[in-house]
Design a protein around this ligand. Structure first.
Ligand SMILES: CC(C)(COP(=O)(O)OP(=O)(O)OC[C@H]1O[C@@H](n2cnc3c(N)ncnc32)[C@H](O)[C@@H]1OP(=O)(O)O)[C@@H](O)C(=O)NCCC(=O)NCCS
Length: 149
């Protein structure tokens, strides 16, 4: 049976549906956040003064995937760039186009905001994600250096 797929912002009253996906993403990266980080991110997604945004993929009304992105300044262009920071689809729903739909929805939001670029990072060995990324964007060839404090 055909499933109904909808991409839309995740409402401020939907934290209970969002948090398992967010935690799934953090588990995927074996990441532990500082206390308060999740609360702050959630609050920022729903504060119109903040440049941070959250979209959800709903399958027959159930929140099944998320993408989190933010706009930032660039010295190279008067408009902002858009950084796609987090993308996660529930393991039960992978391979049905939700990841692609979430990325393409960010493209539309970025264009509407006047941004000239959407960019993101992935690990070299994230083969599953790269199957998708190689279809929807170009590998910039840049390496990321990082100093953590
Ligand atoms: C990366 C991720 C978001 C992709 O989500 P998704 O909804 O499965 O993506 P899509 O279905 O849009 O595209 C996946 C592509 O891989 C292909 N694929 C083949 N077998 C697959 C499988 N068993 N599972 C998933 N994708 C599969 C799909 O067919 C599709 O290619 P196509 O468009 O040519 O058909 C998802 O795998 C995920 O959440 N992974 C864990 C977290 C992660 O890696 N996030 C990204 C960090 S940078």
């Amino acid at each position: 049976m055909t499933k109904n797929i909808e991409i839309r912002p995740v409402g401020a009253d939907e934290r209970a549906a969002w948090e398992p996906l967010w935690n799934g993403y953090l588990t995927f990266y074996k990441a532990t956040l500082k206390p308060g980080a999740t609360d702050t991110a959630w609050q920022r997604f729903h504060d119109p003064r903040e440049p941070m945004h959250l979209l959800g993929a709903y399958v027959d009304g159930k929140l099944t995937g998320i993408v989190q992105y933010l706009f930032h300044r660039s010295t190279w262009t008067p408009g902002d760039y858009c950084y796609l920071q987090d993308l996660f689809v529930d393991s039960s729903a992978r391979g049905m186009g939700l990841g692609r739909a979430l990325i393409e929805a960010v493209y539309e939001k970025a264009k509407a905001a006047g941004a000239s670029r959407v960019h993101w990072l992935t690990q070299n060995d994230n083969a599953q994600a790269r199957i998708l990324y190689d279809q929807v964007a170009d590998n910039s060839g840049f390496m990321q250096y990082r100093k953590v404090f």
